[in-house]
Design a protein. Sequence first.
Length: 390
Amino acid sequence: MDELKELLEQELCEDLQQIIISNPKTKGEVKKIHIRPILLQNRLCYQMAQYTQKQVFHKNLTGEEALLAIMERCQEFKQLQLESSHMQLTALFGKKGNVTIKKKMRNSEKKAVLTHNRKKQYMIEPGEKAPFLVDLGVISKEGEIIHSRYDKFKQINRFLEFVRDVEDYLPKDREAVIIDFGCGKSYLTFAMYYYLHEKKGYDVRMIGLDLKQDVIEHCNRLKDSYGYEKLNFYVGDIADYKAVDKVDMVVTLHACDTATDYALYNAVSWGAEIILSVPCCQHEMNLQLKKKKPKNQLYPLFSYGLIQERSAALFTDAIRGEILKEQGYKVQILEFIDMEHTPKNVLIRAVKSTDRKKIEIGSRDVATYRDAMDYLGVTTTLSRLFDEES
């Protein structure tokens, strides 16, 4: 053990990557121990994580405390593995107290990440010159995130990650037209324009549409003050907006109930390459389930109002996804943001498929969303819109 102690004294430094102590000699509560170096207030310390069957307990130690704790715990385990920038070490502990040490020298450029909490990488970093975030009350003039608006800051960056993943579908040889239906205060509209035009250099014309006159006027004043010449806001209704003939990307965030359906229908009609939709306040299917008893085996589950409401919302979005597939889109239904921040956390992301073959309507080889609607005894606005068109 003296040789191991001497080696540990040498390796407990910032070159250390990790130490793992495993394989307990007896059936104790702790199953594994993991030690890594961290910086606390610019001081090198060591975080010890002790893993039980269901939990993990963390403790931060000085170098002397870490050495003492490791030597004590080695009495209870059969194996220790150490990795540093220049060494791999394995120590095996026998029943009679004997220790077998195997060392392998290495030349690694990999360094341990010493920060206590790794810095989150944002699409728009705190302190970045994004004046709309200041005016919308998300960050201070000094670039610090306003504590009460942290969820909104996180939501904006999460949404921009979804945009980044599909931005290659935007045209690069001409102006791209993007419409945001139900833009509201336009946190995400401004963020999209800033990211795509100011940061990435895309030639975009962006339109924000909402029913509230005062909100639209406010957004137009802000965009004028920033010099965002190709960003404009108008008062208008999602259901009957006809001011453009061709749109490349349609965004609908928290459009209430069937307004999402009209936005999706318009997007398909315009031939939009990209659709990003976060539905909100979905009542249509839930009201149908309340009015009549579905003739299927799921009905007993709907005796709980909360279950029925959430199920109806999820079924509605799944049917929307299937309809978009039928219209020639590749569709994903994703978690927009953690449920702890908002219950409105489902995002439908659709991009036009290069395979233009549509699902054969009425094919009996595979169940369709129409079969699902028949089973539940419901219909949806989006399905009716496309049925009326055909």
